[in-house]
Design a binder for this molecule. Structure first.
Ligand SMILES: NC(=O)c1ccc[n+]([C@@H]2O[C@H](COP(=O)([O-])OP(=O)(O)OC[C@H]3O[C@@H](n4cnc5c(N)ncnc54)[C@H](OP(=O)(O)O)[C@@H]3O)[C@@H](O)[C@H]2O)c1
Length: 240
């Protein structure tokens, strides 16, 4: 990220980590927030954040989305890719449409965002690409195998981008389970008993959205100028 004024695009900014990232950077740099739910982006506009209603699985539109954001607020100094889909069920129950949506959102779209981001017409030379991975990439569990595989691909993407897009940096964070709409949608699994167990397994306490945003803010900052290709685990030590 540039030292002074800058412009960060947050993809998947209507809730959870992405929304918190957009709110964190608002006031420090220009922020563009992208997601499908326009109603959930509306109050971000009230605090000066530019909003874009778009579906990242519309792959052909990605280049144009980036060009429009740059035309409105200037070259990107950072892009934080937070959009993600988690589907929890046994492998045998997955349909082709679900698998396609999951990989498009978690891996194909960030690949295309990164490809466009690498252009001098889209980002500055010191810009940072940051993506939200998951501890599942390194530890695939039953019932989330496609999700874990998509995040492992994302980790490889980040490490490859760090080499190919230099001097731009590419980094990631790998959170453990967090309390967001994504996990709340699986209330039968992610209930009080699960949260209690997670807390016990986490030597420094279970991670929070805020602690993940702190890690992203550090990785995007000049303080991390020699950190690239790194995916920082933020899980309170639960997967040690
Ligand atoms: N929560 C956890 O325990 C956890 C743990 C590890 C990693 N993560 C990762 O963290 C990231 C953020 O998830 P979260 O926990 O903050 O969940 P969340 O609150 O459900 O946020 C997901 C965001 O992605 C956006 N999104 C999803 N599909 C999209 C699409 N097709 N086009 C545009 N935007 C799309 C959603 O916006 P719209 O629905 O408005 O489009 C929303 O803003 C994900 O990549 C997830 O895999 C989460």
């Amino acid at each position: 990220m540039a030292d002074s004024a800058g412009h960060i695009l947050v993809v998947g900014a209507s809730s959870g980590i992405g929304r918190a990232v957009a709110e964190r950077f608002a006031g420090q740099v220009s922020v563009t927030a992208l997601a499908r739910r326009a109603d959930r982006l509306a109050d971000l506009a009230d605090v000066g954040i530019a909003t874009v209603t778009a579906d990242v699985t519309d792959l052909a539109a990605i280049g144009g989305v980036l060009q429009s954001a740059v035309a409105e607020r200037g070259l990107l100094t950072g892009l934080v890719y937070c959009a993600g889909v988690q589907i929890i069920k046994p492998m045998r129950s997955f349909g082709a449409d679900e698998v396609e949506r999951l990989y498009k959102t978690n891996l194909v779209a960030p690949t295309l965002f990164a490809a466009a981001f690498g252009s001098a017409r889209i980002s500055t030379r010191d810009a940072v690409f940051c993506a939200v991975s998951s501890v599942a990439a390194q530890r695939p569990e039953p019932a989330i195998v496609p999700y874990a595989a998509s995040k492992a691909g994302l980790d490889a993407l980040i490490r490859g981008l760090a080499r190919e897009l230099a001097p731009r940096r590419a980094v990631g964070v790998a959170p453990g389970w967090l309390d967001t709409e994504m996990t709340q949608a699986h209330a039968r699994l992610y209930g009080d008993a699960f949260k209690g167990e997670l807390e016990k397994r986490s030597p420094v306490g279970a991670a929070t959205v805020e602690s993940v945003v702190d890690a992203i803010a550090f990785l995007m900052s000049p303080q991390a100028r020699h950190v690239t290709g790194e995916i920082l685990r933020v899980d309170g030590g639960a997967t040690l």
